[in-house]
Every structure is written in C-alpha cells, then in structure tokens.
Design a protein around this ligand. Structure first.
Ligand SMILES: Cc1cc2nc3c(=O)[nH]c(=O)nc-3n(C[C@H](O)[C@H](O)[C@H](O)COP(=O)(O)OP(=O)(O)OC[C@H]3O[C@@H](n4cnc5c(N)ncnc54)[C@H](O)[C@@H]3O)c2cc1C
Length: 480
C-alpha cells in the first residue's frame, strides 16, 4: 500500500487537515512532528510556545492513536529525521501543510527537491490561511502594504472553502526504530512559569473547539464594543489555537458565518463582521511576511534604520518584569509573563511605551514577546511590532504616542485589569489607579502603597519621554 509521511508543523489537528486527508486518501499514513530548533535560528520556538506545543502534541497523539495512526515525535534536522522515518516505515510519499516563514519556505523547498530526487511523491497544501499570500495582489500585481485595500481584495475573492472531511480511520505501518531520540526537551524549564500557563490554558483541538463555541455563543455579538477592553474578556483568545493550528481559520470562518446568518455575518458594524476582519489581519501579517521576508529584522520604512535607539538594559528589564511605574503597562507585562498572553490593546500600549517612552528598539520587544507568548507567531508579531514602532506596513504614525495614563483610564475605566495583575495597587481609589504618583500621601498610605518600595515610581516622565521621542523622529526625518 502507498504510505505517506504526514509532517505536522503548525497544524496540530486531525479535522480539516488537508495534508492528513490527502495522505489518508492515498493509503497508509505516518504522522510525525519534528522539533526543528536549527532552521529558525533566533526564531526557534520560545519558552511559552514549547509548553503549548508539548501539551498540544499530546492531545494530537491521542486523537491520531484513536484513529489508528499514533504520532511520532522526533528532533534534529528535519531532512535527516524524515529520511530515517522513511527508511523505518517504507514510506514512498511525503506531504505537509505549508508554512510561510522565510526559513521554513527555504527548508521545505530543499526537502521537497531531495525527496523527489529519491522518487518520492512529495506535495504540500494549504491548511493554514484563508488567502495564501500570492493569491491577493494589487491591480499591478504587487503585494499590498496597507490593510484596508488588502482586506477589501480578500472579501472580493471567492469565500474561504468549507472545512474538509475528517478521515474516519487511518492505516499506519508498524514503525521500527528511527534512530532518533524522542525529544524530552520541549518544555520551558521554569516550573513557576509552567504553573502559570497550566492555570490559564488547556491546549489541544478539543478545547480549541470549546473556546470557539463559547465565543460564538457569548461574545461575538458584542465583539465590536468589548474587544478593546482588557478588563472584560471580550475577545476570542483563539490566537494560540490558530497559531498552532488546533483550529483552521476555515473552521473559525465557517462556524462564525454559520452562526451569524451566512453572508449577513459580514454586514458592516456587526460583531461578526469586525471579528472576521480581525482574522483577515492575521492573513495580512502572512501576506507581508511572505512578500517582505526581511521584516522580522528590518523596518519596512528604511528611514528607521538610522533611528537613534537608546540601549538601557536596566530600563528594558523593568519593562519586561512589569516594574515601570505605569500600572497599565505593568499589568500587561505581568499578564504576559504569568499567562503567556496579553490583550491586543495592551500589546499596543506596552509596545508604544518600550519604543517611544523608553526609545528601545522594537526588536527587544519582539524577542521578549517571542519567548513569552503562547501565540508567538512570526507574521503577527512582526506586523504588531512594526506597527508599534511606526516603521511597518500600515503603521501607527511615529508621532502618535500613547499616553499610558490616558490609555489606562479609557480602556480600563474601573481599574479591574490593573487590580488583577498589579495586586499591590488593588486598594487605590480608581481615580488615582492609573497614576499612583498623583495620589495624596494619605491615600497611598491607606491603600498600603509605598511608592519606590511596594510599587515603583515612574521609570520616565511621560511628557519628557514624548518630547525626546519626537526629537529623535525629527532627526531621522531631516536626514531622509
Ligand atoms: C506588538 C504586538 C505583537 C503581537 N504579536 C502577536 C503574535 O505573536 N501572535 C498573534 O497571534 N498575534 C499577535 N498580535 C496580534 C493580536 O494582539 C493578537 O492576535 C490578539 O490579541 C489575540 O487575541 P484574540 O485571539 O483574543 O483575538 P481576537 O480579537 O479574538 O481576534 C481573532 C483572531 O484574529 C487575529 N488577529 C486579531 N488581531 C490581530 C492583529 N492585530 N494582527 C494579526 N492577527 C490578528 C488573531 O489570529 C486572533 O486570534 C500582536 C499585536 C501587537 C500589537
């Protein structure tokens, strides 16, 4: 019987998995995940991501085993791992769902060529995007650099396909020794961090579907009003599910449109429309990464190469640990470290603070997020940080600088978010919560807050920092 290796990567699911379905239609299947730390270089999977991956692979293995084909997990360079697996199983085919990171594209091309040369049937397919990057282009055939026309073009294209049928059973050959050690090194080694992640998440496709169903039932209708409020759990929290492929965007698109009246789900202003357009932001990130593969390291706007960044390790560390003295920033950074996730509005606020108030290079932020987010995704993270830095596609203009106090007052008006993540400020009255240094000494004392001791004084004065950032920006503008 023809036997196909199905190489799982960011598609850790059995349902609506085109690679798996196509391999099963061909004959027997050999599902494998390979922990590849070499190819991505500095973008090897981060600590929080490793924890998620480990858990999600366990869930995937359980599903695959039930269907008849257990998962093999290998480590090391993928080409050698795949060759050993092919030798051990007698496989004559190889398939995967495509990845779009520049290093993954280069790696996969080389592997495809090598296996084809050995007479294998090798193919790849799309299980990850609604609109693959080369299918959407401007009238001149160029890639888009601005979200709104990109999203319009997506919505003018044929609607995303329906999810594919799940193979009911899988045939698998018996696997001999592959000569590779099953990776035991997946998990982040910090026990406290793992404990926090465990408290907040249940990885695996089964829980991904539960999260999607709850979002549709309870939140999508109000998504337009509630999505910007970190104190209110109004977003879907599907980002790690989508990054790891526990759910396909096609499944999400179909479930939301089916529950919200089909095409009417896209009626302007409805919660479902705003949500589906957020899914298209994810597509935009991949479009940009594919067409501008240098962006994880370089600004799209070349003028920013000469930006006079500061380089203050102590300030960066205060930012990372949530000790900047600005409560909304500290709440976000602690939410990130403790739960592996941060609300989108707060990602923008903490990003703006790092880049504009501290004048630190956005890449420091991108790398810290990379290690700490369970949804760390090269396309979305790069897009987000270039947006924050004012140097990317469709970016926030550099001169628009978030005031962390006003942002806190506007998006966390009762202070519930800050009180949750910065408990040492919990007793402060709301009117002083986002700027504790403005509180009278007696108020601070009653709330048990000792500035400079139990909670830091502001790391920088926002007004001065703002002027410094604008000066720095003026310098690169003049130089251009
Ligand atoms: C500095 C910065 C870094 C970011 N890094 C990442 C990252 O590494 N991984 C990641 O998945 N998202 C990233 N984002 C985008 C966004 O913050 C998250 O996708 C969102 O907060 C996830 O929460 P949710 O699933 O509840 O989103 P929802 O509001 O429920 O949105 C639904 C889905 O749409 C997609 N989406 C929503 N907003 C965006 C966006 N701005 N860009 C791209 N896709 C989006 C996500 O897949 C998300 O799960 C970043 C944003 C910023 C500003």
């Amino acid at each position: 019987m023809p036997t196909t290796i199905v190489w799982f990567r960011q598609d850790l699911r059995v349902d609506d998995n085109p690679a798996l379905a196509e391999a099963a239609a061909r004959g027997a299947v050999v599902p494998v995940y390979i922990l590849d730390d070499a190819t991505p270089g500095e973008w090897a999977i981060g600590g929080a991501g490793r924890w998620w991956l480990q858990e999600s692979l366990g869930a995937l293995d359980r599903r695959l085993t039930e269907a008849g084909a257990p998962l093999t997990v290998l480590g090391g360079p993928p080409r050698a791992a795949l060759e050993a697996l092919a030798a051990a199983t007698g496989a004559d085919g190889l398939v995967w769902n495509r990845c779009y990171e520049p290093f993954a594209i280069a790696r996969d091309r080389a592997i495809k060529a090598a296996f084809k040369a050995r007479g294998f049937e090798v193919w790849s397919t799309n299980g990850t995007l609604l609109f693959e990057p080369w299918t959407i282009a401007t009238k001149n055939g160029d890639p888009y650099k601005v979200y709104t026309p990109f999203s319009k073009a997506c919505l003018k294209s044929p609607r995303p396909r329906a999810p594919r049928d799940t193979p009911s059973t899988l045939n698998a050959p018996k696997i001999g020794s592959t000569g590779f050690e099953i990776s035991r090194q997946l998990v982040a080694d910090d026990a406290a961090r793992v404990g926090g992640l465990r408290q907040h998440w249940r990885p695996g496709a089964e829980f991904a579907h539960e999260t999607l169903a709850n979002f549709i039932e309870d939140k999508v209708a109000d998504y337009g009003e509630s999505r910007d409020r970190p104190d209110y759990a109004g977003t879907s929290t599907l980002s790690p599910r989508l990054h790891w492929g526990e759910l396909s965007p096609h499944q999400v698109w179909q479930a939301v449109t089916a529950a919200c009246g089909g095409e009417a789900a896209l009626d302007p202003g409805r919660g479902s429309e705003i949500f589906l357009k957020e899914l298209i932001w994810r597509e935009f990130g991949y479009h940009i990464l594919y067409h501008f593969p240098e962006l994880p390291g370089e600004p799209l706007n070349e003028r920013f190469r000469a930006f006079p960044w500061a380089d203050d390790a102590a300030k960066r560390e205060a930012w990372r640990r949530g000790r900047t003295g600005y409560p909304i920033v500290d709440a976000g950074m602690r939410q990130l470290r403790q739960s592996g996730w941060m609300h989108n509005r707060v990602r923008m606020i903490v990003g703006s603070f790092l880049v504009k108030d501290l004048l630190e290079h956005w890449r420091h932020g991108a790398m810290w997020f990379w290690d700490n987010l369970v949804d760390a995704d090269l396309a979305s993270n790069t897009l987000g940080w270039q947006w924050v830095g004012g140097c990317g596609p469709d970016a926030a203009p550099y001169f628009r600088i978030f005031n962390p106090v006003k942002q806190g007052e506007k998006f966390d008006p009762e202070g519930a978010y800050v009180r949750r993540w910065v408990p040492e400020l919990a007793e402060l009255p709301t009117r002083h919560l986002h700027a504790p240094w403005t509180a009278p000494a007696t108020t601070l004392a009653t709330a048990g807050v000792r500035l400079g001791a139990s909670y830091p004084r502001p790391l920088v004065d926002h007004g001065e920092a703002r002027r410094r950032a604008l000066d720095a920006f003026a310098r690169i503008k003049q130089a251009a």
